[in-house]
Design a protein around this ligand. Structure first.
Ligand SMILES: [Zn+2]
Length: 213
């Protein structure tokens, strides 16, 4: 499951330097990747096959970027009284494994070996409870709206690293695994652009075996 780091992380540049990235107990270590452990996680079922990446969109308050509120939500630090919208999500305990800001900065909250709380009631590729055996990736944004080039770059880079450590076979949006209940990331997410990026970065065989929504 784990890779040995070809170089020590401190030798990496601030660019996306794939050679400097490595996994350690489900945490992705690479220059510029921020680790902020969330208490909102559990164990995966024994022998869970982590073959699905679920894409989401989130911003707090909705449509406002760079506020730090998403990081606060995922670590149970959000001040519920700081904005009227927060009242509608009061006491929510959620998390995703990863969060990609509009600038392409990557945050990790939960080890990919553990079960993050991002999907809720869900069903995909014949299996229910997608939290059990998926990796959740939040893109900072507003569902239905476009995402930034920096986010696609970082997402492609991240999925490439996930595919090296986990048997990634399926990609889906939250809207696909919880239809009728969820609508993120929505129509503004450019799946063909992601497919192009992955074709350029993933090994051909991995790419060929990927199932798209
Ligand atoms: Zn979602």
């Amino acid at each position: 499951m784990m890779q040995r780091p070809p170089h020590s992380p401190e030798l990496g540049s601030h660019h996306c330097d794939c050679a400097a990235a490595h996994w350690l107990q489900g945490w992705l270590h690479a220059p510029g990747v921020q680790h902020l452990p969330s208490p909102n996680f559990g164990e995966r079922p024994p022998a869970a096959c982590i073959d699905l990446a679920v894409l989401h969109s989130i911003s707090l308050p909705p449509g406002e970027y760079g506020t730090g509120c998403v990081q606060q939500l995922f670590t149970n630090q959000l001040d519920w009284d700081a904005h009227p919208y927060f009242n509608s999500i009061r006491n929510l305990e959620v998390s995703a494994h990863f969060f990609i800001t509009r600038q392409g900065v990557l945050w990790q909250f939960v080890s990919a070996d553990a079960r993050a709380w991002h999907a809720g009631a869900s069903h995909w590729r014949g299996r229910s409870n997608c939290n059990d055996d998926s990796i959740g990736i939040e893109l900072e944004g507003l569902e239905g709206q476009p995402f930034t080039p920096a986010q696609y770059q970082r997402l492609g880079w991240l999925l490439g690293h996930i595919a090296q450590a986990y048997p990634l076979k399926y990609l889906a949006g939250h809207e696909h695994i919880a239809p009728g209940r969820k609508q993120d990331p929505g129509a503004g997410f450019d799946w063909p652009q992601l497919a192009q990026l992955l074709a350029a970065t993933l090994p051909a065989q991995t790419c060929k075996n990927l199932h798209w929504p």
